[in-house]
Design a binder for this molecule. Sequence first.
Ligand code: ZN
Ligand code: ZN
Ligand code: ZN
Length: 100
Amino acid sequence: MSKCAGCGAVIEWEVTASGRSTPVNADGTPHWATCPFAERFRRRNRSGSRPTRVESCSWCQDLNPMSEKFCGTCGHEAHTPRMFCRCPKCRPGFIQVERV
Ligand SMILES: [Zn+2]
Ligand SMILES: [Zn+2]
Ligand SMILES: [Zn+2]
């Protein structure tokens, strides 16, 4: 038996079928359904996910995080207009390997 850190109600921990422990009231109802602080708990549980800025690649339109210079799908510079792309694929020095 323990106490809810939010409202101070007496709760018990029950393990669900999915293996998660969930707080329940003395009468067996899930505590998050009756606790006035339930919303706060849920937000705290999600603290690990920070919103990442993503933008579509100018070459293939796939979404890439702004921190990535090159597109993970097509290999071109994801956040550079196509005509200014200087990735290994577009740089002249790499293309002129073939000699006629
Ligand atoms: Zn509570
Ligand atoms: Zn791309
Ligand atoms: Zn390129």
